[in-house]
Design a protein around this ligand. Structure first.
Ligand code: F6P
Length: 319
């Protein structure tokens, strides 16, 4: 192994830069050469390789986004796109590739690995929805961002005695909603893993009003329904002053938290070590407080499990 390349793919996540820094510095520490691929899989197909040195990743450990840029790439789903990517890797003498991204990115990683290019994956998505790992880079920062925003919304909800429905990201997973809802004392947390009963949501708002609490926070994961529709339903059924806030892409930005920086640094270095040891076709993960690695196959067979005990605890505390 002489030359390793690194790229970020799919939706960006805070901590990706920290992981890129860790990969680049670890490769150089091992005395090997390292390249960055710009613009994710699209850049791989086009051959957007840039040589990286120690200075290329200076001053990025604390920055959100990804200095290598990222894309969602339809072209890689075609056989021609995949062949083109493999050709580019060969032409640039790349011996090993590290892909930082979500589950779509790992499908691509598996294809490249199966076709002869040793590849290691690092889970990076705010959704925390990747099978085979309890944690993916960016989740902690996104939850903190959502909590900060919801706390601010609560201030005005209290002043105006309003009910707020707050929609958070997560694609098909409810992890961000669950954590943000628990940490902000939401009256209801609506997640795809459980679904919801409109009567229950309304009853919980009314229960609060009965004891004189005229503001409520309802956190909805985007994967279960539209915040606007749920807000409309509450308005019609209760006539309470109800507003809807969609937090959207602000959850993907910002400086990575200390936890994200710690995990990203460790995962980045581990990915390099695995390649150098001659391992391939693996995703670095985090389980029971420790770094692990699992094959792309195993990771895709496992289901991503949300901790429903948190959901039930949150319901019992917001009464
Ligand atoms: O996967 C991360 C994520 O932010 C999801 O939570 C969200 O559904 C999606 O990406 C949004 O994607 P885009 O940035 O392409 O609109």
């Amino acid at each position: 192994m002489k030359k390793i390349a690194v790229l970020t793919s799919g939706g960006d996540a805070p901590g990706m830069n920290t992981a890129i820094r860790a990969v680049v510095r670890r490769v150089l520490f091992k005395g090997l050469d390292v390249y960055g691929v710009q613009n994710g899989m699209k850049g791989l197909i086009r051959g957007d390789f840039i040589p990286m040195d120690l200075g290329s990743v200076g001053d990025i450990i604390h920055r959100g986004g990804t200095m290598l840029q990222s894309t969602r790439c339809e072209e890689f789903k075609t056989v021609e796109g995949q062949q083109q990517a493999l050709n580019q890797l060969k032409e640039n003498d790349i011996d090993g590739l590290i892909i930082i991204g979500g589950d779509g990115s790992f499908k691509a990683a598996k294809i490249l690995n199966d076709r002869g290019l040793p590849t290691i994956g690092i889970p990076g998505t705010i959704d925390n929805d990747i099978a085979g790992t309890e944690y993916s880079i960016g989740f902690d920062t996104a939850v903190n961002t959502a909590v900060e925003a919801i706390d601010k919304i609560r201030d005005t909800a209290v002043s105006h005695e309003r009910t707020y429905v707050i929609e958070v990201m997560g694609r098909d997973a409810g992890d961000i909603a669950l954590w943000a809802g628990m940490c902000t004392g939401a009256e209801s947390i609506i997640i795809p893993e459980v679904g919801y009963d409109p009567t229950d949501v309304i009853d919980r708002v009314k229960q609060g009003a009965k004891r004189g609490k005229m503001h409520s926070i309802i956190v909805v994961a985007e994967g279960v329904g539209k915040g606007i529709e749920i807000g409309e339903m509450i308005k019609q059924e209760t006539e309470y002053d109800t507003k809807v806030s969609i937090l959207g892409h602000l959850q993907r930005g910002g400086a990575p938290s200390a936890f994200d920086r710690m995990i990203s640094s460790q995962m980045g270095a581990k990915a390099v070590d695995l390649l150098v040891e001659g391992k391939k076709g693996l995703m670095v993960g985090f389980k029971n407080g420790k770094l692990i690695h699992t094959s792309f196959e195993e990771a895709s067979e496992e289901k991503h499990n949300i901790d429903l005990s948190i959901y039930h605890l949150a319901r019992s505390l917001s009464i």
